[in-house]
Design a protein around this ligand. Structure first.
Ligand SMILES: Cc1ncc(COP(=O)(O)O)c(C=O)c1O
Length: 468
C-alpha cells in the first residue's frame, strides 16, 4: 500500500494505545517497516537508532536469526497447545523451569500470560484467592505514586498515572498509593533519609488501613513509565523487609527492570530481594512475540491450591496462556542472555551509557540525569536552581524527540519534561557513540528555538553547547 494510503487507512481504522485520538488523526502514523540489530527503518527509508528497544522490550536487538528459527520450528511442529484440560507443551514447561532456575530463590511457580497488564491482573487475582481462605479481610493493595502496572481494569488502579484513571472510576477504594522515591523532586538530605521516609510512609499507610486489611504491595524496582525514577540502592530491600514485618505480600513488577535491563537478570537480585510474587513480560520474549508471566512463591501457590475446596477449579485462565510459540521464543531469548553473552554485554556497556547521559547535564535544558544499567532518563528544567520544569504547553520533550527523529534517533518523550532511554543489551561502544552524537544536535536545535530560549531562566539561554 502506498505511504499516503497507509496513513489514511490508519487514521480511519486503527486505534492506537495511549494517545489523544484527535491528536493522532491530526499527526498521522509513522509506519515502521523493518529492523536489524539496534536500527529501525521507517517506510520512507529513514534508518533510526532505537535507544528505547521498542517499548523497553527488544533487549536482544532486532533480527536475531536464532529466535526466528526457534519460532518457525515451533510453529511448524505445534503452533498452539491449550493449557486447559491438563494439556501442556514442552517449551512452556521448559520455560517455567528455566525461569524458576534463574529468578530469585523465593519464586517456584510460573503462570504465563500474554503480556504485562494481564500478568498484573493475574497476580491480583491469585492474591485475592490466596487470602480468601483464612484471611478474607485482606483486600487492600498499596502501590507507589507515579507507578505503572498496566492498563487492565483492576491493575490500572494500581497504576498511578492520571490518564489511566480518568473516566475509568479508578483507583478502587481498595487501592492506595504512597509517595514515589523521587530523589530529584524531593529535598532529602541523603539516600538514607529518602529510604527512611519511604518506609515511614508505608508504615503510616498500613497503620491507617490496618495490616489485617492489606493484601499486598506492588512496586517497580525502578519506576519506568512514571519517568524512570531510580531509587537509591537499598530502597527495595528496605521496603521488602518492612512489608515482611506486616505479613503483607511483596510483589516486584519487573516488566521493565527484568531481563538484564538494570544489570543483573532481575533488579531484585541486584539487591538480594526475594519477592513473594514477580510480574514479568517484555524482555522475556524480547518483543518477538507476546508473553508475560507471574512468578510465585511456593507458600502462595500452596495456599491457593489448598484454599477452601482443593478439588475446585481456580477460575483463572486464558486461551493463549503458555503459548508454545512464545515459550519457544522465550527459551531462545533466555539462552541469548546467558550463553549468548547479552547480559554480560549490557553490564559492560552500562558505564558508557551513564557517561553519555551525565555529559548532558552540562546542557542548559537538562536538570537531572539518572540511570541504572541500561535504563535511564534526562529531566528537562527551565531553571536548574529551582528545578522548575517547562510549561507543558511548550511540549519540550516532543520537540526534542521530533528533532532527534530527524537526526536518526528514537527514544521516549514523557509528558512531564522527561526523556527515557532503554537501549538494547547488544549495543556496542560504537552504537553508544552514535546515540550520543545524534542526541547532541536535537538538544542544540531545540535550544535555538525562540520560545524555548524565552522559557529558560533568564530568558535567553546560557549559550553553552552539549558535550557528546
Ligand atoms: C512495570 C510495568 N507493569 C506493567 C506493564 C504493562 O505491560 P503490557 O504493556 O505488556 O500490558 C508495563 C508496561 O510498560 C510496565 O512497565
Amino acid at each position: 500500500m502506498p505511504i499516503q494510503s497507509l496513513v489514511e487507512v490508519d487514521r480511519n481504522h486503527l486505534i492506537h494505545p495511549v494517545v489523544s485520538y484527535r491528536a493522532h488523526e491530526a499527526r498521522g502514523v509513522t509506519v515502521l517497516d523493518s529492523a536489524e540489530c539496534v536500527f529501525l527503518r521507517d517506510i520512507e527509508g529513514n534508518r533510526l537508532l532505537d535507544a528505547f528497544s521498542g517499548l523497553w522490550c527488544v533487549n536482544t536487538g532486532y533480527g536475531h536469526a536464532s529466535i526466528v528459527e526457534a519460532a518457525a520450528k515451533q510453529m511448524a511442529k505445534l503452533p498452539y497447545a491449550t493449557g486447559y484440560f491438563h494439556f501442556g507443551s514442552e517449551p512452556a514447561i521448559e520455560l517455567a523451569a528455566k525461569l524458576v532456575e534463574v529468578a530469585p530463590a523465593s519464586l517456584q511457580h510460573a503462570y504465563f500470560t500474554l503480556g504485562g497488564s494481564d500478568a498484573v491482573d493475574s497476580a491480583l487475582r491469585f492474591i485475592m484467592h490466596y487470602y480468601a481462605t483464612g484471611r478474607p479481610s485482606k483486600k487492600h493493595f498499596i502501590a507507589l505514586q507515579r507507578g505503572y502496572h498496566g492498563s487492565f481494569l483492576i491493575g490500572a488502579g494500581l497504576t498511578a498515572l492520571p490518564a489511566f484513571h480518568r473516566n475509568f472510576d479508578l483507583p478502587l477504594a481498595t487501592q492506595h498509593h504512597i509517595p514515589s522515591p523521587y530523589a530529584y523532586r524531593n529535598n532529602y538530605a541523603d539516600d538514607v533519609t529518602l529510604i527512611a521516609a519511604s518506609v515511614q510512609a508505608l508504615e503510616a499507610k498500613v497503620a491507617e488501613l490496618g495490616a489485617e486489611h492489606v493484601a499486598a504491595f506492588f512496586c517497580e524496582p525502578i519506576q519506568g513509565s512514571g519517568g524512570v525514577i531510580v531509587p537509591p540502592v537499598g530502597w527495595l530491600k528496605a521496603m521488602r523487609e518492612a512489608y515482611r514485618k506486616f505479613d503483607i505480600l511483596f510483589v516486584a513488577d519487573e516488566m521493565i527492570t527484568g531481563f538484564g535491563r538494570t544489570g543483573p537478570l532481575f533488579a531484585s537480585q541486584g539487591e538480594g530481594v526475594e519477592p513473594d510474587l514477580m510480574t514479568i513480560a517484555k524482555g522475556l520474549t524480547a518483543g518477538y512475540a507476546p508473553m508475560g508471566a507471574v512468578l510465585m512463591s511456593d507458600a502462595v501457590y500452596q495456599g491457593i491450591a489448598d484454599g477452601g475446596d482443593a478439588s475446585a477449579a481456580i477460575g483463572h485462565g486464558y486461551t493463549y496462556s503458555a503459548h508454545p510459540v512464545s515459550a519457544a521464543i522465550g527459551l531462545e531469548v533466555m539462552r541469548l542472555y546467558h550463553e549468548g553473552g547479552l547480559l554480560a554485554n549490557g553490564q559492560a556497556r552500562a558505564p558508557r551509557f551513564a557517561q553519555g547521559l551525565d555529559a548532558l547535564l552540562a546542557h542548559p535544558l537538562v536538570g537531572d540525569s539518572r540511570h541504572r544499567g541500561l535504563l535511564g532518563a534526562l529531566e528537562l528544567v527551565a531553571d536548574k536552581d529551582s528545578k522548575r520544569g517547562f510549561d507543558a504547553s511548550l511540549k519540550l520533550p516532543d520537540r526534542i524527540a521530533a528533532a532527534a527523529y530527524r537526526n536518526g534517533l528514537v527514544f521516549r518523550a514523557f509528558g512531564d519534561n522527561i526523556l527515557g532511554f532503554a537501549p538494547a543489551l547488544c549495543c556496542t561502544e560504537a552504537n553508544f557513540d552514535m546515540m550520543f552524537e545524534r542526541l547532541a544536535k536535537p538538544f542544540d536545535d531545540v535550544l535555538a528555538q525562540g520560545e524555548v530560549r524565552a522559557a529558560l531562566k533568564g530568558g535567553s539561554g546560557f549559550g553553552s553547547r552539549v558535550a557528546a
